[in-house]
Design a protein around this ligand. Structure first.
Ligand SMILES: [Zn+2]
Length: 129
């Protein structure tokens, strides 16, 4: 991929990472320990606990996104960005623009999804619900 395009993706990924980190710090600042008043009021306590578990989930998702961004940035540095991990073909700039952290080309991604849905030999997996 041309240096100019790589530079574009690098900027895009860094910006996204900065944004996620600032969101994380924002969420963290809302995490002061429970005050005695909050402990006394069970209604408030319930909503505070619910709010906290929301933040915890949110952080987990943002964290894994940041890890994906880091992996993509590492690939840019190593000159491997935009190459499919399965077939070594270029992923395609259109797909990367929509999903700069993509590690598979469209074809391999679709194949993966087919395997997940139908099993490797194409047989439908029947699940008992
Ligand atoms: Zn591929």
């Amino acid at each position: 991929m041309e240096t100019e395009k790589l530079e574009h993706f690098r900027r895009m990924l860094r910006e996204k990472k900065r944004f996620l980190i600032s969101k994380l710090q924002d969420a963290r600042s809302k995490e002061e320990p429970l005050s005695e008043d909050e402990m006394m009021d069970s209604m408030d306590l319930a909503s505070t606990v619910a709010e906290r578990s929301l933040y915890a989930r949110f952080r987990g998702r943002e964290r894994s996104l940041i890890a994906e961004i880091d992996a993509a940035l590492k690939k840019i540095a190593a000159g491997e960005f935009g190459i499919c991990e399965e077939c070594d073909e270029p992923i395609g700039v259109g797909r990367l623009k929509a999903q700069p952290m993509a590690t598979l080309c469209v074809k391999c991604k679709e194949e993966m999804e087919t395997i997940r849905t139908y099993g490797r030999d194409g047989a439908v997996e029947w699940r008992v619900l």
